[in-house]
Design a protein around this ligand. Structure first.
Ligand SMILES: C[S@@+](CC[C@H](N)C(=O)[O-])C[C@H]1O[C@@H](n2cnc3c(N)ncnc32)[C@H](O)[C@@H]1O
Length: 310
């Protein structure tokens, strides 16, 4: 499947997903508080993400592949100014409605584009969040753009599904669980995770979903913020056991279903890349602003920059 076909299938898949989202309600205050505190960042991937954003008041945050805006809205309610980018017009529409019912429409700027064509600028964001999106895209053209869009010392936080073990993947393929997926998506391989890690300075990876995969046995697993205390207790048990097992036997990582990565923009490399972007993309750079990263010139310039790490 070529790139255009892949984007078309992604758009159709996400339009269908958006059509199944019901009425949009404000995110309850206790959920926002749970993510502000993010006390269980070592157990659950979503809390890991917020634990690493820490205090995001008055920061600029990119939510790449924002989907229905659930994460963007929480970040805006925690005080960030969010740029929420997604290729799907239907999901951006849902995310806009979510921002409005949450009273944060003025804190979220939406970009409805394929990320490689989005008008991102170099040195724009304090944080970039990639939650369950990198496994939909070509990492070599996208990750360098995201990293370049960070300010010097900016941080990227990534949470993605992985499949390092081919036989486990084959078992998963045979288990009758809901595996609805867009045609271009795939769990990241070990090489792909290494590629992401090597784009960052001081990267840390944390693995999740060893026994946590069994969460799928709990149909109410997404509703534990509104009750379902037995499901909640079981999830704590599964994710707690995972942390224990992965600490004692780190080799079990290769059987996990998700990884979270956090790391910083490489300062020296970033400057070099930005210099190249200034030289290579003068026509697209607004006067006085950082150079645009859209299009192949931006990606190529960053890709061509020397790597002094990893
Ligand atoms: C699995 S969803 C994750 C949504 C959201 N981050 C979340 O955590 O709920 C992946 C999202 O990535 C978006 N996406 C896929 N390819 C993209 C691209 N090339 N540019 C921008 N967004 C893209 C999809 O439209 C979809 O909303």
């Amino acid at each position: 499947m070529d790139r255009d076909d892949r984007l078309k299938s992604e758009l159709a898949f996400q339009a269908d997903r958006a059509s199944r989202i019901g009425r949009i309600h404000p995110t309850p205050g206790h959920v926002v508080e749970r993510y502000r505190e993010a006390r269980y960042g070592r157990l659950f991937p979503a809390e890991f993400l917020f634990a690493h954003l820490k205090d995001i008041r008055d920061t600029e945050v990119l939510d790449f592949g924002c989907g229905d805006g659930a994460v963007s809205v929480i970040m805006a309610r925690l005080g960030a100014r969010v740029t929420a980018a997604d290729i799907s017009p239907e999901l951006i529409d849902v995310a806009r409605q979510r921002a409005e019912v949450n009273g944060v429409a003025d804190r979220i700027h939406f970009i409805e584009r394929d990320i490689t064509a989005a008008p991102l600028r170099a040195n724009q964001f304090d944080f970039a969040v990639c939650n369950l999106v990198l496994h939909h895209v070509d990492l070599r053209s996208v990750v360098p753009l995201i990293v370049a869009s960070l300010k010097p010392d900016g941080t990227v936080v990534v949470v993605e599904p992985i499949a390092f073990s081919p036989w486990l993947q084959r078992v998963r393929d045979r288990v009758p669980v809901d595996k609805r997926a867009s045609p271009g998506e795939r769990p990241l391989s070990e090489d792909e995770v290494n590629f992401v890690v090597n784009e960052l300075v001081g990267p840390e990876r944390t693995y999740f979903n060893l026994l946590g995969r069994l969460r799928r046995l709990f149909p109410n697993r997404h509703k534990t913020d509104t009750g379902y205390s037995v499901t909640r207790a079981c999830l704590f048990l599964l994710y707690g056991l995972d942390r224990l097992l992965l600490t004692v036997f780190p080799g079990l990582q290769k059987f996990c279903g998700s990884v979270a990565i956090v790391g910083k923009k490489p300062a020296a490399v970033g400057d070099t890349a930005v210099d190249r972007l200034r030289r290579d993309t003068p026509a697209t750079a607004p006067t006085g602003a950082s150079p645009s990263l859209a299009g192949p010139a931006g990606a190529a310039a960053w890709n061509a920059a020397p790597r002094g790490h990893g």
